[in-house]
Design a protein around this ligand. Structure first.
Ligand SMILES: Nc1ncnc2c1ncn2[C@@H]1O[C@H](COP(=O)(O)OP(=O)(O)OP(=O)(O)O)[C@@H](O)[C@H]1O
Ligand SMILES: [Mg+2]
Length: 114
């Protein structure tokens, strides 16, 4: 099982969610509003001739734990739907998940995902 954590533009969230919900084996999602900074740091804006930098930009964090077989499908959807080609499109972090336990039924592993 893999955890897919994607930090994306907030305005891309609904397109990403609609597409993810069509994936067979989709088991749920956690969405968090976050503030972040990539390599280009913030955005420089001007106001009345003064330049100032907004160093943290609002983003949305999407987290899903999926079985390995659908990982490629999930990352492909996020890559397509989150893309604008401009700086700040975000990143996808993928990590291994040891185990999952559904508290209600005590099921564990992939059985607990779907
Ligand atoms: N290495 C990182 N660790 C944790 N969060 C990160 C990291 N890189 C990016 N993020 C998160 O992703 C958001 C979007 O990053 P962003 O797309 O600006 O990355 P980037 O590396 O600067 O790429 P780009 O050149 O396309 O802007 C950041 O606001 C931050 O929340
Ligand atoms: Mg950036």
């Amino acid at each position: 099982m893999k955890q897919v954590k994607a930090i994306v533009r907030p305005e891309k969230l609904s397109d990403i969610r609609y597409a993810l919900e069509t994936v067979e084996g989709y088991g749920g999602i956690t969405i968090t509003e976050v503030m972040g900074q990539g390599i280009q740091k913030g955005i420089v804006r001007s106001w009345r001739g003064e330049k100032y930098e907004i160093d943290l930009i609002p983003k949305v964090s999407i987290e899903l734990v999926v079985k390995d077989e659908i990982l490629d499908q999930v990352t492909k959807i996020i890559l397509e739907k989150a893309y604008t080609g401009e700086e700040g499109d975000g990143k996808i972090f993928i990590s291994n998940v040891e185990d999952v336990i559904r508290i209600r039924t005590k099921e564990s592993g992939e059985d607990a995902l779907y």
